[in-house]
Design a protein around this ligand. Structure first.
Ligand code: ASP
Ligand code: MG
Length: 432
């Protein structure tokens, strides 16, 4: 049975990290093995900054500097991995960077989202080119596959929708049954016409699930810098506890509310085929992992806490002082969908709709502009959304004590509070 591994940016952030992949892959002798890889470290953020510079007439020098930095940082990793034998790989990296430059020239005047996908996909193209070369040199026979020819999507750029039939046909014909490791890119896909697309930020987990679903895989392993799923981000909460067994349903809730460990789209395709998902640490691979299946018996009532920073509160009121009735709500949420935005919290009153959104300027500004014609808008920034699953006792109140709370919502299983972000770095504790 096929196994799918997914390695995120942190697991391949430098030459040592890439070297560390070899034993993890070698330890898994069963084939087929599909390995889905993200861009290195923070490369996608760097590509987004490059894109902004490319689209700004006045920032030609900045653009050049960023492009050169992208090429040289990847070439430095090739040097560190292959030493004297890095030349051919460095040339391939140089060619990819030139192709990226060419894409910018072609798309910089065109629509943002299309330009985004034609250029940001180079993060994964670069990383997989390096990792494939490294694995082959390390005697792990590896085929490099172009995910843009396998994950077939529509042209809804930056958040493309998968054409499951076409994707399944393409993946099965190219990836079934091989004895070699099949290395491919997360996050990216392509239309039937061969135009590059992306699946949404942090979408590599979803890519792994797409490959697993199409190949009826026996297991997906997501390799992270944490040993599994926790009831809060262990980097922010001093007393976070690992959840070793979870159901798809509970994991979807946590991911949906912003637990960063797994992209929320990942679970659906796995649940449909009952493919277990394991989250393991690439730093301590022998540590007990977290495993997600359809079995709900191990879901606990332990509270889980999720913090989402950089939130915007948008209060929308009809200009003509009319009610916020269903047609109005329908209109506003329709514009939200059109802008490619998702509300992390929705609350309503007779005269207003309150939305809590991620502060993504390139989507938020067009949305504001569109709404501004028909509604009065009030916007506040610099907010944090706290979500507590299974909120026992006064946990929500205790966690947000002394904070300036702007919105609160709760139901039987989930409670949320939106408050002003406190600037200083701090460690949180889940009260008992
Ligand atoms: N490289 C992409 C990102 O940083 C996809 C991923 O990491 O999953 O968003
Ligand atoms: Mg990532």
């Amino acid at each position: 049975m096929t196994t799918v591994f997914k390695f995120g940016g942190a697991s391949i952030k430098d030459a040592d990290a890439i070297r560390n992949l070899t034993p993890l892959i070698e330890a898994h002798a069963d084939r087929p093995l599909v390995v889905v890889v993200s861009a290195m470290g923070k490369t996608t953020n760097a590509l987004e900054a490059l894109l902004a510079a490319a689209r700004d007439e006045g920032r030609g020098d900045d653009y050049r500097k960023r492009l050169d930095a992208l090429g040289s940082s990847h070439q430095a990793i090739a040097d560190a991995l292959l030493g004297d034998e890095a030349q051919a790989l460095k040339e391939r990296i140089g060619n990819l960077v030139e192709a990226l430059d060419d894409q910018h020239r072609r798309h910089r005047q065109g629509p943002f989202s299309r330009h985004y996908d034609q250029t940001v996909c180079y993060g994964e193209l670069l990383s997989t080119t390096i990792v494939a070369e490294w694995l082959n040199r390390a005697d792990v026979a590896t085929d490099w596959l172009d995910a843009r020819e396998l994950v077939i999507t529509d042209d809804h750029h930056q958040d493309a929708n998968v054409d499951w039939k076409a994707t399944s046909d393409a993946i099965r014909s190219q990836a079934g049954g091989s004895r070699n490791v099949l290395l491919t890119q997360g996050f990216i896909g392509g239309t039937a016409e061969g135009v590059s697309t992306t699946l949404g930020r942090e979408g590599s987990d979803f890519s792994a699930a797409i490959f697993a679903h199409c190949l009826d895989a026996g297991e997906v392993v997501i390799w992270k810098d944490v040993t599994g799923l926790f009831n809060a981000d262990p980097r922010r909460f001093g007393n976070a506890v690992q959840l070793k067994r979870l159901s798809y349903a509970e994991t979807i809730e946590l991911a949906w509310h912003g637990a960063k460990v797994i992209h929320p789209k990942t679970l659906g395709p796995l649940k449909q085929k009952e493919i277990p998902l394991t989250v393991r640490s690439f730093e301590t691979p022998d540590a007990p992992p977290s495993t997600i299946t359809s079995d709900t018996r191990f879901d606990t009532d332990l509270p889980s806490c999720i913090l989402r920073d950089d939130q915007v509160l948008l209060e929308v009121k009809p200009k003509d002082f009319s009610f916020m009735d269903e047609p109005r709500q329908h209109d506003i949420l329709g514009r939200l969908v059109e802008a490619g935005m998702h509300a992390n919290l929705i609350d309503g009153g007779a005269m207003q709709l309150t939305l809590c959104l991620d502060n993504m300027a390139e989507r938020l500004e067009p949305l504001m502009e569109s709404l501004d014609a028909d509604y009065t808008l009030q916007r506040q920034e610099g907010l944090t959304l706290l979500t507590v699953r299974h909120p026992s006792g006064s946990i929500l109140e205790r966690l947000s004590e002394g904070r300036d709370v702007l919105v609160e919502r709760r139901n039987a299983t989930t409670a949320q509070r939106l408050f002003r972000t406190v600037e200083c770095p701090e460690t949180w504790y889940i009260p008992d």
